[in-house]
Ligand binder design. Structure first.
Ligand SMILES: [Zn+2]
Ligand SMILES: [Zn+2]
Length: 526
């Protein structure tokens, strides 16, 4: 390129001495037929023979090499097709600025805008075999005819001897058409009507302008609307040592090595848990957590299904734990939708873990178990209804195990079952087990048992099984300890330097701790 620029500056003739076969052509005179390497040696020898070689010295410069065979790539001067960009870029810029296409994380909107605002003409022709062929035809007189369909005659002289340009369009030109070309465009097919525009595009950050920007302006130009309203730019997962995963470097992780021992659902769960706006490290711990959750879900489902055989799923809650779990599942649904709308997948799986593991399995299922064993028909019907709701929420993260469990008490498929509708009938009981849970934590930690009555007592006994442990804790000492913890947390949060300088999640964790200590203190001293 520098040679080319210098040549241009000095108005030198632009000779092309290398042919498309990679060998020197007739313009190269006696060097014709040689490769670049051979020709280079010959030129050197030619200089030496004539005593015109002053000296040789090594120096560094960069040259292009073929990605596959690593041979040196030589630049050629060739005529190419270019696409003027201003007219195409302007509506795309407006679209992003006005928020008709949103980027997540937001900072990538800037990357896309920067490129569009400084866009240069786009070289759209390529000399390769595969691709959309350039829609240009030539007649023997060299007239150019551009047409959407194969023309019969030259637009200028009427000659019927037409030859189509052999170049194809840049891959990214074809990719820009992807959102509608795949749906039958330019025909107005039912698929195009149904699926254009789409909703969400997700891709990696290094093709934001190669692909995302181009889909936006191609959609606006050819379809009149943006192809999607959200572009989610995901991060790159690094290997556990924090290095880039690469097959050639051997630093990657073979998916089969994860899928085989952990299963597809656990892998999916783990990957979502690792989702981040930064480049996270691959964590087998997250996958393992997914496996544990799948097993826990499987076991609780087996328990409910075995003990509710013959029952039809129906919400007929009679007891506190039933109204509570239906309320918790509803809280979970709302929070989950919020996470998904923000594309915060890590928060979504964290939430699903809490709902499934802590709320559904550890509390609800343990509390309702004795009533299921007793053959309580309402408890059985409600258990299946609650399980249905849980499976629907979990299905998006663990499609296989949830579908399998669903099939044990349904004829139809979970994947086509409707998403749960908002339901505030049990909202009043969403926090109904807070005190019981606080007291359970205190008991497990310090063996201090606080007397409860009624349903709270029944649930506490069923879940915590206090009879198995000697309840000989020192209540006064526990109260003292909690007061100390509350005081410590209050002091920390009153410290402006801590609140302002510590990472947000650390401060948030401290606030949560304080709230929990206060609740426990309250539960214990009531
Ligand atoms: Zn090659
Ligand atoms: Zn012509």
């Amino acid at each position: 390129p520098t040679d080319f620029e210098i040549g241009r500056d000095h108005e030198l003739p632009e000779l092309v001495v290398i042919g498309l076969d990679g060998h020197m052509n007739d313009e190269a005179g006696e060097l014709a037929g040689l490769t670049q390497e051979e020709a280079g040696k010959r030129v050197l020898a030619w200089c030496e023979e004539r005593g015109q070689l002053e000296r040789t010295e090594p120096y560094r410069h960069s040259i292009g090499r073929c990605q596959r065979c690593h041979t040196r790539v030589e630049p050629l001067i060739m005529l190419q097709w270019w696409c003027a960009m201003e007219e195409l870029a302007a509506p795309a810029i407006a679209s992003i600025r006005e928020g008709r296409v949103r980027f997540t994380p937001e900072r990538f909107a800037r990357v896309c805008l920067d490129w569009l605002e400084n866009v240069r003409p786009w070289c759209i022709s390529r000399q390769i075999w595969w691709g959309h062929r350039i829609p240009v035809w030539y007649c023997p007189d060299g007239h150019i005819t551009v047409a959407e369909t194969t023309p019969d005659a030259c637009a200028e002289c009427g000659s019927t001897e037409l030859r189509q340009d052999e170049d194809v369009l840049d891959t990214w030109f074809s990719s820009a058409l992807y959102p509608f070309a795949t749906l039958g465009w330019p025909e107005r097919t039912p698929e195009l009507e149904a699926f254009y525009p789409g909703d969400v595009l997700t891709t990696a950050r290094d093709i934001i302008f190669l692909w995302v920007a181009r889909m936006i302006f191609a959609g606006l130009e050819l379809m009149g609307t943006e192809p999607f309203h959200d572009a989610v730019i995901h991060s790159y997962l690094q290997n556990p040592e924090g290095r880039r995963m690469s097959r050639t470097l051997g630093t990657g992780i073979d998916p089969d090595e994860v899928l085989e021992p952990y299963g597809a659902d656990a892998t999916r769960y783990g990957l979502l848990k690792m989702a981040s706006s930064q480049d996270p490290r691959f964590s087998f711990g997250s996958i393992e957590e997914g496996r544990k959750l799948a097993i826990k879900l499987w076991n609780v489902s087996r328990l409910l299904l075995q003990n509710a055989e013959g029952a039809e799923p129906a919400e007929r809650p009679q007891a506190l734990e039933e109204r509570w779990i239906l309320a918790r599942l509803e809280v979970g649904r709302a929070e989950l939708e919020d996470c998904l709308n923000r594309f915060d997948f890590a928060a979504a799986v964290k939430l699903l873990y809490r709902v499934t593991f802590d709320e559904f399995c550890d509390w609800y299922a343990e509390a309702v178990k004795p009533r299921l064993y007793d053959g309580d028909a309402d408890a059985r019907a409600t258990a299946l209804a609650a399980l249905e709701r849980l499976l629907k929420l979990l299905h998006i993260v663990m499609p296989h195990v949830t579908e399998e469990i669903w099939s044990r008490f349904h004829e139809d498929r979970l994947i086509v079952a409707p998403w749960p509708e908002p339901d505030d009938r049990y909202a009043a009981d969403a926090e109904a087990l807070d005190r019981v849970q606080d007291l359970a934590r205190i008991f497990r930690r310090s063996s201090v048992l606080v007397e409860l009555g009624g349903e709270e007592r029944r649930i506490f006994d069923a879940v915590v099984k206090p009879g198995r442990v000697k309840a000989d804790g020192n209540a006064a000492a526990e109260l003292e300890r909690l007061r100390g913890e509350v005081g410590r947390a209050e002091k920390m949060l009153a410290n402006e330097r801590f609140v302002e300088n510590a990472p947000e999640d650390v401060v948030e964790a401290e606030r949560e701790k304080l709230e929990r200590y206060r609740r426990e203190l309250d539960a214990l001293s009531r």
